[in-house]
Structure formats: C-alpha cells, structure tokens
Design a protein around this ligand. Structure first.
Ligand SMILES: *Cc1c(COP(=O)(O)O)cnc(C)c1O
Length: 364
C-alpha cells in the first residue's frame, strides 16, 4: 500500500471450519481467551514497499525463523476490543477508531511501522464478517478481537526491524472475571513498578505485560485478584493495574483518576470520564498517593474505587492489601456510582442506551 491507497484483502475461507454443532458447544462456556474462531487476518510490511499482502485465511500457526527480531528484542504491540451482537442481528464495535489511533501511537513508541487506521478498521470488518457466527449472543458475551504486530525481520542486529507482520485473531468470550461482577481484592506491589517516565507505560506492548507478570503472581500468592502498581520514581502514587486503569469516587461526588504519562491511555478510562462528568460528577485527573488512599478509605471520605478496561469493563475494588496490612473501601461491596456508570457504559456498548457521542460503530 502506498500513500492513501486502500488495501485489498484477499479472502481465502477456511476449507475446514469448526462444525456448527461443535461451535455451539464451545460457545456455551467460552471462558476468556481459550477458544478461537476459524480465521485470522495478516498484513505484511517491508521498508520501501509499505503494507502489502493483506489476507483473511484459516487461523493457524505462523512459521517463524529462530532469528526473527521480535523473539530477541520484543518489538511487539497489541490492541483489544470487542464485537457485540446487536438486538437486530447486526454487529457493532465500541470506538474502534480509538484503538486504531492508539495502535499507531504504540507503534511509534516501539519504533515500528504504523499501520494505517483504515487498514486496521478494514481488518476488523473482514474478520467479523467471515467469523460472525462465533459472536456469542448471551448477555455479557462478545467476540474479543486481538490485533497485534511484531518485528518479523530475520536479523539479530539491534535496530528497528525493517519488516513487520500484523495479525488479527478473535476469541469468543464471557466475562473476564469468572463469577461476574464481584469486588476485587487488590495487592499494592511493594517491590515492582510497571513503567517509568520515558519508558513504555503508555504503549500497549507485550513487554509491559512481561514485566507485570511477577507482580501479578505475587498478588495471587497473597490471595488477591490483581496488582496495583505505584509510580516508579517516588513509589507513592497509584499508576494503574496490570491491564486496567483505576478510579476513586469521593463523598463529595468527585471522581479522580491518575493522569496520563506512565499509564496506558485506556479507551474505557476516557469514556468513563466523559460519562461521569455528564452524570454530574466532578472528574479530575490528578495523582493519588497510597497514603492518601488508605487515609481517605479509613475516614470514609473515599466511597468507591473501581478498575476499568475493555476486557472487564468496570470492576469494583473492595479490598486493598499491602505488606503491612489491608483496608476496605466503603463496605467492601460494589459501589452505587461504580455500578451506575458501568450500566450506562454497557448499555451504550450493547446498543441499548442512547449514544450521543457516536461511540458505537456498526460493522454489519
Ligand atoms: C489495554 C489496557 C488498559 C485498558 O485500556 P482500554 O482501552 O480501556 O481497554 C489499561 N491498562 C493497560 C496496561 C492496558 O494494557
């Protein structure tokens, strides 16, 4: 693809798709990220040539030379968004243009070739079209789309790769957290941080997750559901969780979330800020220290805390654990404001609520 040209996708239907009866069985209990659809999209990039060879084909292994750049220096980025089955049988996406734009920003930070947003959006449409039968029609179910891209050049020198492979796969999912919406217990990591100023915290790259895994495992070992990272410089201020942004709701109806910089600019985060301010809350982006968090939870000034992201939408946080103890947010149950914002957002995403911002994007 050169200039503003549109990519043509070659469509090669899977000659051996999963049989309808087997698919129906799989869809009764899909879990999260366990089962996959029949197809995938791939698009290649080479320096001097641009983006080319866009295909929709049977999902399968990607042959890889052991000297492929990503295996050594981790030039890899990804996105995550969901396709929903609309009441009339159509299919919608929530703000896919924002994912396309963030994919470009992540690519730039990782010195990778940015995929034109139109090609990103077209890839989503093509995969959804061919695999639409895989979209669960259950309450809470959706088709999770995972676009990703990596340095595919076969070369061990240390510099940005000159070749990239973009891939899109899809996985039917139920709720991210088994057991549905129940308040999380989170672990505030004393030892690990996820991103430093000047680092890759704002890029959606696999490397950020690689470094968060040990902290998440520590959280689980402490009986917690997830980890909260503090800032890397002062080890005082709340950054975010391993894959979700965090919000604090105070008694005076302000809703506070940490500012952008070292955190991932979540699309759910931005949507929540907008919906909350429209619903009459005072929304602020400012640092929240761990000491302040603990003191305000104790005094009752802090009423609710929740985490948000595409996978789990909005999840209340009920309990906070750290090496010296633990504290409870409110009565430890899901907060009223948390659940109200969650409902508003889910209703928009599912096409049940008014969509004044034009966030819902009709695909089929
Ligand atoms: C993807 C992600 C989020 C959530 O972003 P959404 O756009 O709301 O899905 C938050 N934090 C991290 C680290 C992430 O990778």
């Amino acid at each position: 693809m050169s200039g503003g040209d549109k990519l043509d996708f070659e469509i090669r239907p899977n000659p051996q798709p999963v049989a309808a009866a087997e698919r129906a069985t799989l869809l009764t209990n899909p879990g999260f990220g366990r089962i996959f659809t029949d197809h995938m999209v791939t698009i290649r990039y080479a320096e001097g040539k641009g983006w080319y060879d866009a295909r929709v084909e049977a999902r399968g292994p990607i042959p890889m030379d052991p000297a492929t750049a990503v295996l050594h220096y981790a030039q890899e980025i990804f996105e995550g968004l969901k396709a929903y089955r609309a009441a009339d049988g159509g299919v919608t996406l929530f703000r896919p243009d924002a994912n396309a734009a963030r994919f470009v920003e992540s690519a730039k930070r990782m010195a990778m070739a940015p995929l034109p947003p139109q090609a990103f959006l077209d890839s989503l449409r093509h995969l959804i079209e061919i695999d639409r039968e895989w979209i669960p029609d259950t309450e809470g179910g959706s088709l999770y789309l995972r676009p990703f891209m990596y340095g595919s050049e076969v070369f061990l020198g240390v510099r940005p790769a000159t070749e990239y492979l973009y891939v899109l796969i899809a996985s039917p999912v139920e709720s991210y957290f088994s057991g549905g919406v129940k308040p999380l217990t989170v672990w505030v990591s004393p030892d690990y941080t996820r991103a430093a100023p000047g680092g890759t915290g704002a890029a959606k790259c696999g490397g950020n997750y690689a470094t968060s895994l040990i902290a998440k495992a520590e959280a689980v070992a402490q009986g917690c559901d997830d980890v909260v990272f503090l800032d890397a410089v002062q080890r005082r201020y709340v950054d975010e969780m391993s894959g979700m942004n965090v919000f604090f709701r105070y008694a005076d109806d302000t809703l506070v979330t940490p500012p952008l910089g070292t955190i991932l600019p979540g699309i759910t985060r931005e949507s929540v800020m907008k919906l909350a301010s429209e619903s009459g809350l005072t929304v602020a982006e400012r640092p929240v220290s761990f000491d302040e968090w603990r003191a305000d939870a104790a005094s009752g000034r802090l009423r609710e805390v929740f985490a948000c992201g595409t996978a789990a939408v909005i999840t209340p946080i009920g309990q906070v654990r750290f090496p010296d103890g633990e504290f409870t947010i409110g009565d430890g149950e899901a907060g009223e404001t948390t659940m109200r914002i969650r409902q508003t957002l889910v209703d928009i995403q599912r096409g049940r609520g008014a969509d004044p911002h034009g966030w819902v994007h009709r695909v089929l």
